[in-house]
Design a protein around this ligand. Sequence first.
Ligand code: SAH
Length: 216
Amino acid sequence: MQFDHERNAMIRTQLIQRGISDQRVLDAMSAVPRHLFVPMDGRDLAYEDRALPIDQGQTISQPFVVALMTQALQLTGNERVLDVGTGSGYGAAVLSQLASKVYSVERHSALAQFARQRLYDLGYTNVRVLVGDGTSGLPEHAPFDAIIVAAAAPWVPRPLREQLSSSGCMVIPVGGRDEQFLLRLTKHNGSMKVERMRGVRFVPLVGSHAWEKADW
Ligand code: SAH
């Protein structure tokens, strides 16, 4: 298939060599055709070691960051997952291979529409894409066993914390405009364990429980 070689090289050099070891994550990222989630004129760059621009001034995250965040959730296949920031839909497609149901929320309706169509065309039937402010979560579908936020938050939005199931896990970049720290929060016996993973740089999370405006 087209781009198989590039995708295999991405798995080897960007993921395995950097310590991504969850075979289910590696298999999922081997299976999802990333080039079909980037704009037509960026396809040749789809498997490069970087984030790429998509519409509405947003980005599709770097493959390594998608792998790192997804691996941190330790999904086994039975989980209900909330994905905040659908963007291209790539992250949701990867998650769909690893969990039973994915709810993906995007604030830009044009992006959500494209992602929904693309996911449908490619047969990712366990993903539901919704338009809205993901900082409020999705109370009607909560609780979630895992929550992944693909945009930079000034703090952990309270609704997301509350909508995490009793042993759930959330991965979210938290910090200022230029750099954030990827945090993993794990609920256990009513308390929340917080681990700092690494420095990252994401587009802003804009909503009623995060930044107010897109242009920081
Ligand atoms: N997971 C995406 C990454 C997209 S970048 C992918 O694989 O392509 C982050 C996305 O978060 C952007 O599309 C941006 O519009 C969206 N976003 C920012 N704030 C949001 C909010 N409050 N609710 C939902 N989506 C939001």
